[in-house]
Design a binder for this molecule. Sequence first.
Ligand code: UDP
Length: 363
Amino acid sequence: MRVLVNAGPWLPVPPRGYGGIENVVATLVPELRELGVEVVLATVGDSELPVDERLAVYPRGQFPLLQRPYNQVCGVVPAHQHAIVRRAERGDIDLVHDHVEAAGLTMLASLGLPSLHTLHWDLRKHPELYGSISGRVRVNGVSADQLTHAPEALRRHSVGHVHLATPLAVGADRRDPVRKEAYAVVLGRVNAGKGQDLAARLAHEKGFDLVLAGPVGPCHNPEDLAAADPQNPDVAFWHERVAPYVDGVRVRWIGTVMGKARDELVAGARAALFPLRWNEPGGTAVVESLALGTPVVGIARGCLPELVEHGRTGLLTTDEDELGELVGAARDIDERECRAQAARRFTPAVMAAAYLRIYESLT
Ligand code: UDP
């Protein structure tokens, strides 16, 4: 089977730093190839992921365009979309697997080939785009909850959900435990939906140490904040809601952490906190935390109840104040169970096998 995977024109695959969708593609594609799928990857010129064929109109990622308002971004890169259509017209592609948001839906509808669009986030804000789903286009979610909240026009075309995966889950059940420190960690973009303000308040009220890791808007380091646009919603959220709690002792913000430093930070934490105020659609950071042997403590919404087994791999509640109590209680969760479940449920091979089953049902 030959599948054209569209990772979009925004960032290279794998991404050098931030890059959610590109990370998922980088995790999925090598496993698909292991399963015998030939992959034609639509991406940008500086992608380094090995594939059978690469389609790249732009030499480098067009990510800076994404700083514009969303509705101005749709369709700003038609050359990328047209290249995909032209490649598909050669007739040797069995299926297109698109990961690129709304612009991809319009493109897919015109192809006449079986197509799968993976929903990476919540598309509720742009119902005008669903009209373009027709014919052989199908969509999948990254959690069952995400589909439950999707508009009817999307759900009608759904083939179900496939949970996200992490390479950290491979062999996670065989790794030695890491010594836990007393702190809890929130790993993710600093954003009202991710709820860092709630975590920071609870750290002071309930008396636990908290490390916040992740970018604030465009700022990856605390020293970049002074020059940041105060109108940026995440920067404003930081200044108004989070910064008042950040004293550098009880609550610290360390900016973006990557690679080994990120893994050590998460593995050493007694709990990975997800104080959600939105319906987290997929939660890569959730499966990473489990793979690193760190219990997940969070608000029971979005994908969390699907990824975390309450009482075995973490503790979930719908009560924001109770969340603080659960950080202490997390020491009773067996980290071996977290790693064992990650190794069973969240490896790239598990994810690729699920996608292959969908491809086979559509072709
Ligand atoms: N991440 C990271 N360093 C940080 C903060 C986040 O490497 O300082 C990574 C995190 O490990 C995960 C991704 O960014 O792989 C975030 O994906 P997730 O699905 O959790 O959240 P999103 O930002 O896509 O809503």
